[in-house]
Write a protein that binds this ligand. Structure first.
Ligand code: HPA
Length: 251
């Protein structure tokens, strides 16, 4: 069965144990290899495809991810909805560890990544509209699911896409704050723009893993990030099932 829905799992969600896996598919694309084989399976009674953004063993850093191959592969499978799961740092005061955040805007600070499909052999230069970078309908479904489950969720926020793989300086975070950003992650772009170029309905749900640099005393450690993600990803797993139950997979 063609999966209408895909989940791209990020840090803390390399595997989705709630997915009843039926098949693993290794795809190649004109842009190279996706981060991992696509796992086909069933979640919430629907056919779902799952892709581990950082690779099956979480070895690809954000700037090395082949975002074009990942999105192209999902598009080729006939996927229409893409739910992107990501770990983020919290900039806004209410973005504390464990909170779920559903961005409705983004600012892109990344560079040097393969960021468009409209590059070579063009019959004309193409500029996509990106005023609203996330699919409003999919966001609404995710928010609806979060409300139904009474999860501690932030319904409107701006995502800062940082280059990484290092974390930010305190001054960089202050700059992002002045720019209107509420959360910061490293993988939201060019993923969202590539999804739009392919006409995929794409929305993100983020788990706050730590307070962003300079927002809490001390250094940010991977141990802290991973600890906070365990609980957050459990919430994401229930959210995904609930949201998928509510999605019209046939469209
Ligand atoms: N900054 C960028 N990306 C992140 C962070 C952060 O503080 N935490 C988790 N992903």
């Amino acid at each position: 069965m063609t999966p209408a829905i895909a989940i791209i799992g990020g840090t803390g969600l390399t595997a989705l144990d709630t997915l009843k896996i039926t098949r693993r598919e290794t795809l190649s694309t004109p842009y190279g290899e996706p981060s991992s084989p696509v796992l086909h399976g069933e979640l919430g009674g629907r056919a779902v495809a799952f892709l581990a953004r950082h690779g099956p063993h979480h070895t690809l850093p954000p700037h090395k991810i082949n975002y074009r191959a990942n999105l192209w592969a999902l598009h080729r499978l006939g996927v229409q909805w893409v739910i992107a799961v990501a770990a983020v740092g919290g900039i806004r005061n209410d973005m504390t560890p464990g909170v779920l955040a559903f961005p409705d805007q983004l600012v892109d600070y990344t560079w040097g990544r393969g960021c468009t499909f409209f590059e070579d052999n063009l019959s004309q230069v193409t500029h996509i509209d990106f005023t609203e970078p996330y699919c409003g309908e999919l966001r609404e479904r995710l928010l609806h699911a979060a409300r139904a489950l009474q999860l501690d969720a932030r319904e409107s926020c701006t995502y800062a896409a940082a280059q990484g793989p290092r974390l930010e300086t305190a001054a960089e975070i202050r700059r992002m704050e002045r720019d209107g950003c509420d959360i910061v992650g490293m993988t939201g772009m060019p993923e969202a723009a590539l999804a739009r170029e392919l006409g995929l309905r794409y929305a993100a749900c983020a788990v706050v893993a730590n307070r962003a640099a300079g927002k809490a005393p001390g250094v940010i450690t991977m141990v802290e990030i991973e600890r906070n993600l365990v609980e957050g990803m459990d919430k994401i797993k229930s959210l995904l099932i609930q949201a998928i139950l509510m999605l019209d997979g046939g469209r």
